[in-house]
Design a protein around this ligand. Structure first.
Ligand SMILES: Nc1nc2c(ncn2[C@@H]2O[C@H](COP(=O)(O)OP(=O)(O)OP(=O)(O)O)[C@@H](O)[C@H]2O)c(=O)[nH]1
Ligand SMILES: [Mg+2]
Ligand SMILES: [Zn+2]
Length: 308
């Protein structure tokens, strides 16, 4: 004998699929329960979060060649900001915004640097936070992904390879460009070439000159200054000497730029690894100049906010 059961159809659930969720970065409509955008692979958690708020978050790009120090810098910056409310108050929005800080600090605590960022956008860490500078009432919402240097280079060399990078950079209000100061001193020209290519890519992204990258603030950060003390005192002079092409490019094309130097490690040593070869390990963590470039960018964004 077959037992009859009542099976609810729950057709109401289908109604949820009728309301699309537009991707926060590229605007493509997605299913309400999708994790990543089908067009650009940006996490849809950003769209859900932005949907709940009246404030429109600003997109900030953290760019630079592979191994320039983007992951270490951004992870350390988030950690410093979350622990120093007297200078700047930072509130992370969404649990995913804490992952980058957590993985970077966990690696540094084990006397290691975090692993290289994978090229697949679905595996990038994103930070969505609310910032308030000391003594100011105004808050700024920001979204920053930790992109992979290799993916950036691929998109710059072959535009439209990474929809996410292109759409994101088009919409950004400011950028931090990270450059390896040690490689510059050693005379490795790829840092200079990559950064010039990237800046040319940015200046050609938007057809509207008034709202284009020439008018947006760009902080150029010379990283690993802990191993290159000479760039600490005069970052712009250092860039002029060791990355003349880049320096000239900035003078001519970008009205709102400033050079900075930053270092996260104190003393570093090398260890031989069976799988990776010679690996640099930080013995101490002594951050220098980490907050300054970000603070400058924030004040520039506040200035543009007041003008518009
Ligand atoms: N001495 C020193 N070395 C650093 C510092 N930051 C990064 N490094 C070194 O640079 C390497 C790369 O740093 P990452 O932050 O992973 O570089 P990235 O720009 O994120 O690279 P991709 O993920 O490939 O784009 C690290 O493994 C360290 O060896 C720093 O502040 N000081
Ligand atoms: Mg990285
Ligand atoms: Zn998208």
């Amino acid at each position: 004998m077959t037992k009859s059961v009542i099976q609810p159809l729950e057709t109401l659930r289908l109604a949820q699929y009728a309301v699309p969720i537009p991707c926060f970065v590229c605007g493509t409509d997605n299913m309400f329960d999708a994790e990543f955008c089908t067009h650009c692979s940006a996490p849809l958690a950003l769209a859900h979060q932005a949907d709940n708020k009246k404030v429109h978050p600003r997109l900030i790009a953290m760019v630079g060649p592979s191994a320039a120090g983007k992951t270490v810098y951004l992870g350390m910056l988030m950690d410093m900001l979350s622990r120093r409310p007297e200078r700047m108050q930072m509130l992370a929005r969404g649990a995913f915004s804490i992952t980058l800080q957590q993985t970077t600090l966990a690696a540094l605590a084990r006397c290691a640097f975090p692993p290289k960022t994978p090229s697949e956008p679905e595996r990038w860490n994103w930070v969505h936070c609310q910032m308030r500078r000391a003594g100011k009432r105004q808050t700024v919402e920001m979204i920053m992904p930790d992109m992979a240097g290799e993916a950036l280079l691929e998109e710059v060399d072959h535009p439209h390879t990474y929809h996410l990078i292109r759409c994101f950079l088009e919409k950004c209000t400011g950028a931090m460009v990270l450059i390896d100061s040690i490689k510059l001193r050693e005379g490795a020209r790829e840092q200079d070439f990559f950064t010039m290519k990237l800046l040319s890519y940015l200046s050609e992204l938007t057809s509207n000159d008034k709202a284009g990258w020439r008018k947006r603030p760009i902080a150029l950060v010379l990283t690993k200054a802990d191993q290159c003390r000479e760039c600490m005192n005069d970052p712009a002079g250092y860039a002029r000497t060791h990355a003349a092409g880049l320096w000239q490019h900035c003078q001519e094309r970008f009205g709102r730029h400033k050079f900075f130097a930053s270092g996260v490690a104190g003393t570093c040593a090398y260890r031989e690894s069976m799988t990776e070869g010679r690996v640099q390990v930080p013995l101490r963590i002594e951050p220098h100049g980490v907050i300054e470039p970000f603070e400058w960018l924030l004040s520039e964004l506040e200035r543009s906010g007041k003008k518009s």
